[in-house]
Design a protein around this ligand. Structure first.
Ligand code: PGA
Length: 258
């Protein structure tokens, strides 16, 4: 059983004041616990300094939601991995389905972003997942396989040890309809077997594979109890301290029971 990792993906939400309040509320609560879960909060770019300042004093880590595929230069509006490193950001989500859908991100670009992050010792949280139509056509394994291969399989073993994967079926994101624990477990086991074939048992076993898509305080415990589900990437339910804290508690419960 891998250690649990719980990641908050705030997306494009919260005013600065609300961000301060939410981070403080979460930090104050978890700092009273003997926490075994790795908690990561990924606020929007303008709040990263706020997040990493708090993270210095607290048990959570700060993550970004995206980064540029380029080193630096004339790329108006982009934020480089080097800039994230300067802000002491330790994690970064890449290849989220919203970036793929609304900003036309491709597997090739995502692979470059992963390289940028690893060069700066920032852990990429690499998203994959199929559309409903792809699942209905029974293409979901093929789609996820090509996402994994095209974004990650250029990495050598040393690099692969510093990666987190998040399986997020697109039909489950923000819909209130989560993948059943059995559906999620089936895909997570498949992803781990792909990694095992390419990188060997040890790397595959140690790789955290998170589930994302309508994970909430009601379903978190059952999802996290599955063998190959090592935590969650939480959108909507990370925007309220009470909900996010319940999800962390679910992860803690599973760790303690194992
Ligand atoms: P959700 O989003 O928890 O609101 O479904 C998850 C995500 O998009 O990372």
């Amino acid at each position: 059983m891998n250690p649990k990792v719980i990641v908050a993906n705030w997306k494009m939400n919260k005013s600065f004041e609300e961000a301060e309040d939410l981070i403080s509320e979460i930090a104050e609560a978890i700092d009273q616990w003997t926490l075994q879960t790795q908690v990561v909060i990924c606020p929007p770019f303008p709040y990263l300094e706020l997040g990493s300042d708090h993270a210095d004093e607290s048990q959570f880590s700060c993550g970004a939601q995206n980064c540029s595929e380029f080193d630096n230069g004339a790329y108006t509006g982009e934020v480089s991995a080097e800039m994230l490193e300067g802000l002491e950001v330790d994690f970064c989500i890449v290849g989220h389905s919203e970036r793929r859908a609304y900003f036309n991100e491709t597997n090739v670009q995502i692979a470059k972003k992963i390289d940028q992050l690893l060069k700066r010792t920032i852990i990429p949280i690499v998203c994959c997942g199929e559309k409903l139509e792809e699942r209905n056509n029974n293409n979901h394994f093929d789609i996820v396989k090509s996402q994994i291969e095209e974004t990650l399989f250029h990495l050598d073993n040393d690099m692969m040890e510093n990666v987190i994967i998040a399986y997020e079926p697109i039909w489950a994101i923000g819909t209130g309809v989560n993948a059943t624990p059995a559906q999620a477990q089936e895909m997570h086991a498949f992803i781990r077997s792909l990694i095992e074939k390419k990188y060997g048992t040890q790397i595959a076993y140690n790789l955290p594979i998170l589930y994302g898509g309508s994970c909430n305080p009601m379903n978190a415990l059952e999802l996290f109890t599955q063998n190959d589900i090592d935590g969650g990437l939480i959108g909507g339910a990370s925007l309220k301290a009470e909900n996010f804290l319940s999800i962390i508690e679910a992860a803690e419960t599973v760790i303690k029971e194992n």
